[in-house]
Design a protein around this ligand. Structure first.
Ligand SMILES: O=C(O)c1nn[nH]c1-c1ccccc1
Ligand SMILES: [Mn+2]
Ligand SMILES: [Mn+2]
Length: 333
């Protein structure tokens, strides 16, 4: 990266490796909002710095929210950069006093995935302990090839930067526990009973998700009404009932599961008699579903969830899946 030059006419934000600030993040968001991209050198540096930071992370990350504090949990963003800016305008930008957890599926589908992921990485570099990121099933090579992120990075920057994003995605945590009470994961729970947090901590996350096992189930599973388990309609992961949620919570002395991975009309849905909540933060998904997005604020003292649903905002005229591989688009329609 040292050998990369920045064009003399470049007037955009200047990233200082190892010294990322809220001011840089604000200027990055404003620059990208105008459909401009930051210099390739800085995009590389942000992702390389993210890789170094995530090497020190873990498969399960414990988050502590002080009694007087709150944390905001967001679900799928899917490249909807202008809706992400709207979340920050409604709920404030990340800071030590305003921590966030984004629960996977940052990219793919929406055609501003590069802007979303560089913004989230920059905020995490600015506030490592107050901006938390979990891996979704769309932070994977297979999905990025099909659903647009690989094409978008390659077009806006280059293939080598995409490979660096893949490295960073493999280092993202797979789940979080907030104040030892709330388990947050992108997909959901397991095909086995009595899975402990320690067993989860031991999972090797630095890989593409295998065909089965705890890692794949955390990224792909879905809750189902009623009890028991069924094979997932997605062909990966498992559909799990309220008894499975209750077994997991009891085994680990937890209060609640928050997960994402499924679109909801109001942006969130309370399931399994309140022991599990789905939160989805991509309103009017794919520019056509008409759904609302939502985020959840949890207070540090009681971990009581407060839900905010929100509508989509206008975005530049670039349709979803603009950068998906056209041949594959015909395959999947
Ligand atoms: O792209 C999505 O809507 C999505 N979000 N999480 N999982 C998916 C998905 C999974 C398999 C096939 C298509 C989409
Ligand atoms: Mn998703
Ligand atoms: Mn998903």
């Amino acid at each position: 990266v040292a050998h990369m030059d920045v064009d003399s006419t470049y007037a955009g934000p200047v990233y200082q490796s190892g010294a990322c600030t809220a001011e840089f993040c604000q200027s990055l968001m404003q620059h990208q909002k105008q459909e401009k991209i930051i210099a390739k050198k800085y995009a590389y540096q942000i992702v390389l710095d993210m890789i170094e930071m995530l090497k020190g992370s873990s498969t399960l990350v414990d988050i502590e929210v002080p009694d007087a504090g709150e944390v905001t949990v967001c679900g799928d963003v899917h490249g909807q950069f202008y809706d992400l800016l709207n979340i920050f305008s409604m709920n404030g930008v990340p800071s030590q006093d305003n921590p966030y957890l984004f629960n996977g599926d940052f990219v793919d589908r929406g055609s501003f995935s590069v802007e979303v992921i560089l913004t989230l990485f920059a905020w995490k570099l600015a506030f490592p302990k107050h901006l938390h990121l979990a891996r979704g099933n769309h932070e994977t090579r297979n999905m990025n090839k099909l659903y647009g992120f690989e094409g978008e990075v390659t077009k806006k920057y280059d293939e080598e930067l995409y490979q660096l994003f893949c490295e960073a995605f493999c280092l993202l945590p797979l789940c979080h526990v907030i104040n030892n009470q709330v388990f947050v994961v992108h997909g959901g729970l397991f095909s086995k009973d009595d899975v402990t947090l320690d067993a989860i901590r031991k999972v090797n996350r630095d890989q593409e998700p295998p065909d089965e096992g705890l890692m794949t189930e955390m990224l792909w599973s879905d809750p189902q009404p009623g009890r028991g388990r069924q094979p997932s309609k997605r062909g990966v992961g498992v559909a799990f009932g309220q008894d499975v949620t209750e077994n997991f919570l009891k085994t680990n002395n937890l209060k609640m599961v928050i997960r994402s991975h499924e679109m909801k009309e109001e942006g969130y849905e309370i399931e399994h008699s309140g022991r599990l909540v789905t939160v989805f933060s991509a309103p009017n998904y794919c520019d056509q579903m008409g759904n609302k997005g939502a985020f959840i604020r949890l207070d540090g003292k009681t971990m009581t969830p407060k839900y905010t649903s929100f509508a989509h905002v206008p975005h530049p005229n670039v349709r979803p899946m603009q950068y998906a591989n056209p041949m594959l688009g015909q395959l999947f329609g």
